[in-house]
Structures are given as structure tokens and as C-alpha cells.
Design a protein around this ligand. Structure first.
Ligand SMILES: [Zn+2]
Length: 185
């Protein structure tokens, strides 16, 4: 199994809660266990789908902060940056939102596996006319959370803006198919 890079324990739970089961339900972590692997400490989370009860396990690479107490609790900063970005976005301040979102997904200071961070950064970049970079972040978001229709829609718009019409169409279709598969009440 591929380990997921994280910079905080809190984010492990956020990551799991954002993962969608094939039934459309979301996962909840039910058990956490620290394990030692040859390459370093790995946090193992067992999760259960709220919809169908299916279990899935996740492995997080915690080498970036393990044993460094001053680095614990860093997710609070990332979460604050994310909230700040959302309020800048609502106020139409794209440059400020972009700067905050770059910190949110920063590999050292933020959480590089935070799909909604990449999603919003991609949308902001697209609005700013930076389609190539928007596409990069939206592809990251889609790779982390492949079952979210709005991520496919945004990726499709970025692909269209970079001239990849065929790929754009396939992601628009994927978004529509997911919406049909998981109708929202
Ligand atoms: Zn399920």
C-alpha cells in the first residue's frame, strides 16, 4: 500500500473523512496504530464506511514530524489558512486566496495531500487565467479524491482551457456519472 504523506496527526483524520467509498458513503476512522516500517514510523488508520460498513485501511508517512513536539499541532495553522482562503475567495480577492491556498497544500508547511486545498487553488488559478498550473492542482485533487463530481468538473474546465478537449469531455462525463451514481438529498 502506498503511504500518504502528512504533516500532522489531525490531518490523517481529515484525509480519511474526505475519502468516499464505492457506495458513496464517507469513511470514519475507528482505530489508529503506530507501526515501524523499515523506512520509518507509519501511522495506520482503520476506517469504516458510514454508508455500508465496508472497512478500509490507510497508511500515513509521519516522518516529517514524528518525535518533533514543536511540529505537532501544525494542522491548526493549515486549517486557519484554509478558512482565510475561503473568506478571501468569497470577497473576490483572488491573489490573497491563492497565496493562502499555496500555504495550505505546501509540502512542508501545509498538507500536500489535502484534496480540497488543491481543488480550490486550481479553481482560483483558472479564474486568474493560469490554466496549466490549475490543471496540475486539479489533477492532484482528482487523484486523491476520485469520486467527487465537482473535482472532475473543475478539472474538465482546466483541461478545456489548456486545449485538451478530449480529456475535458471525459472528465465532464465522469462528473455527470458520479452525480447520477451518488444523488444528493
Ligand atoms: Zn460504503
Amino acid at each position: 500500500m502506498e503511504t500518504i504523506p502528512v504533516n500532522s496527526i489531525e490531518f490523517e483524520y481529515v484525509y480519511v473523512a474526505n475519502q468516499r467509498c464505492a457506495c458513496g458513503g464517507y469513511f470514519v476512522a475507528v482505530r489508529q496504530e503506530l507501526r515501524q516500517s523499515p523506512s520509518g514510523p507509519v501511522d495506520h488508520l482503520l476506517a469504516r464506511c458510514e454508508g455500508c460498513g465496508a472497512e478500509r485501511s490507510f497508511e500515513f508517512d509521519i516522518r516529517s514530524f514524528f518525535g518533533q513536539w514543536e511540529r505537532y499541532g501544525r494542522f491548526r495553522q493549515t486549517d486557519e489558512r484554509f478558512r482565510e482562503a475561503m473568506s478571501q475567495l468569497r470577497a473576490g480577492r483572488l491573489a490573497e486566496a491563492e497565496a493562502a491556498l499555496r500555504q495550505v497544500v505546501d509540502a512542508e508547511e501545509g498538507e500536500p495531500a489535502f484534496a480540497w486545498g488543491h481543488y480550490h487553488l486550481g479553481r482560483v488559478l483558472l479564474l486568474e487565467g493560469q490554466a496549466e498550473e490549475a490543471r496540475f492542482h486539479l489533477e492532484r485533487a482528482a487523484a486523491i479524491q476520485p469520486l467527487e463530481p465537482e473535482i472532475h468538473d473543475a478539472l474538465a474546465r482546466a483541461l478545456r482551457a489548456t486545449g485538451e478537449e478530449e480529456a475535458a469531455r471525459s472528465h465532464f462525463q465522469e462528473g455527470a456519472a458520479l452525480r447520477e451514481r451518488f444523488p444528493t438529498e
